[in-house]
Ligand binder design. Structure first.
Ligand code: FAD
Length: 377
């Protein structure tokens, strides 16, 4: 996230400087990231373990209007592993379903990335918003997200309709534009380079050539072996935005309040409690909670476990591989990659965490790049 954090323009120590010099002689080649620095993936550098439940629906997120008695419910939930990415886009679609310029008062249920984006879009159109949620940031799933700007693991390919895919692409396009307006330190959004390491030719990630999503992949290049330091036969690089979730959600919540939004901490245990709200139009952004509250049997958790390591200012890239992912965020090195469908427990599994750390350690140990370890310890 170089655009966000100037502290990342670090000064190399003498040893590191000579190491970097060796590297640039060895391969003018690694020009794609001349400041490449390895992650120190060691257990003793873990600062916390996060466990989160992705709100997954095999047929994709649900943006739909439903009339229940005297209430109009606008659903906007079920974003799987892409809610930070898609939130502004699905919220724009949700407003298309339920915003009426003649109506002033709206309720939003949920204070994660999706509820907050919905509330802001309503406020931008002059609406008065009351947001209800049982948990606020930092205690939401949205805080746990990685959070690379890319809608990954949002649906099952064999379960989606053409109509859904059209919605998905429309949401992604809108969100892509909106997030770009928020790049910078205020929201903790910045651009970062990703390296996808693979044993096989890369054809589908981040997007197949024929997919409309390909238009949202920036600066994609398949690298020759001399152009990267990884011990992988196939390496693709591309750039994405990254979202530093604690900073982003804190700022979004403040924006909602500054624009006159009221935030009420309240849990709804049954739809009847929602039906008793004073607002007649209610945006449902309750993520995984929508299953029990609105009776959606399709939504299921996909548990993800993350080991967050001490920040390394010099690590300004991401790696995605069969071992999971490493996101070089300014507030910590995020090591992740478990996708446990149907698993509700928020208890970390020490064996899984151990596997995540050790497999990433192996990736960095195998790098051919001279390693300025002394800059990060
Ligand atoms: C490990 C992990 C990594 C991820 N990585 C990425 C990534 O790289 N990129 C990306 O885009 N996404 C990522 N995600 C997915 C992302 O976190 C989710 O898609 C997103 O957080 C969903 O946002 P949300 O606002 O719908 O849900 P939440 O953040 O869960 O918010 C739901 C809100 O509804 C409230 N609520 C729920 N039920 C009730 C109720 N009954 N009564 C009152 N309030 C209720 C909650 O308290 C909360 O305020 C990741 C997720 C995990 C777990």
């Amino acid at each position: 996230m170089r655009g966000v954090h100037t502290r990342r323009s670090f000064t190399l120590s003498g040893a590191a400087l000579s190491a970097a010099g060796v590297a640039s002689c060895a391969a003018g080649a690694f020009a794609t990231n001349p400041r490449f620095a390895p992650v120190i993936a060691a257990r003793e550098r873990i600062i916390r373990i996060d466990v989160g439940l992705r709100p997954f629906r095999p047929s994709g997120f649900r943006v739909a209007r439903e009339v229940r008695g005297a209430k109009t419910i606008i659903h906007n939930y079920g974003h799987g592993g892409g809610g930070l990415t898609l939130s502004w886009g699905t919220s724009a679609l949700a407003l298309d379903e339920g915003f009426d310029p003649a109506q002033r008062d709206y309720a939003v249920l949920g204070c994660g990335a999706v509820g907050l984006a919905t509330a802001r879009l309503l406020q931008e159109r002059g609406a008065k918003v009351r947001l209800y949620a049982k948990a606020l940031p930092p205690n939401t799933t949205s805080n746990v997200a990685g959070a690379q700007w890319w809608p990954a693991s949002v649906y099952d390919h064999d379960r989606v309709s053409d109509a859904y895919l059209a919605q998905h692409f429309a949401a992604a396009r809108a969100a892509f534009r909106r997030c770009q307006t928020m790049v910078g330190p205020d929201y903790g959004i910045g651009w970062e380079v990703n390296y996808n390491l693979s044993d096989r030719p890369i054809t589908t990630y981040p997007a197949p050539e024929a997919s409309p999503m390909r238009a949202l992949v920036v600066n994609q290049h398949d690298l020759a072996p001399q152009e990267h330091p990884f011990a992988a036969p196939y390496v693709r690089r591309f750039d994405t935005m990254m979202i530093e979730t604690p900073r982003y959600l804190r700022r979004m919540e403040a924006d909602v309040r500054l624009a006159g939004g009221e935030i009420v901490v309240r849990e709804f245990r049954a739809f009847e409690e929602v039906a008793a709200l004073p607002e007649t139009t209610i945006f449902n952004c309750t993520g995984l909670g929508a299953g029990a509250l609105f009776g959606d049997p399709e939504i299921t958790p996909v548990r993800g476990q993350l080991a967050i390591l001490l920040p390394q200012a010099e690590v300004d890239y991401n790696i995605i591989s069969s071992h999971g992912y490493m996101f070089g965020r300014a507030d910590g090195i995020v090591l992740g990659g478990t996708f446990e469908r149907g698993e509700w427990s928020l208890e970390p599994d020490p064996a899984a965490i151990d596997r995540i750390v050790r497999s990433h350690q192996a990736v960095f140990d195998a790098m051919r790049w001279p390693r300025p370890r002394d800059t990060a310890s």
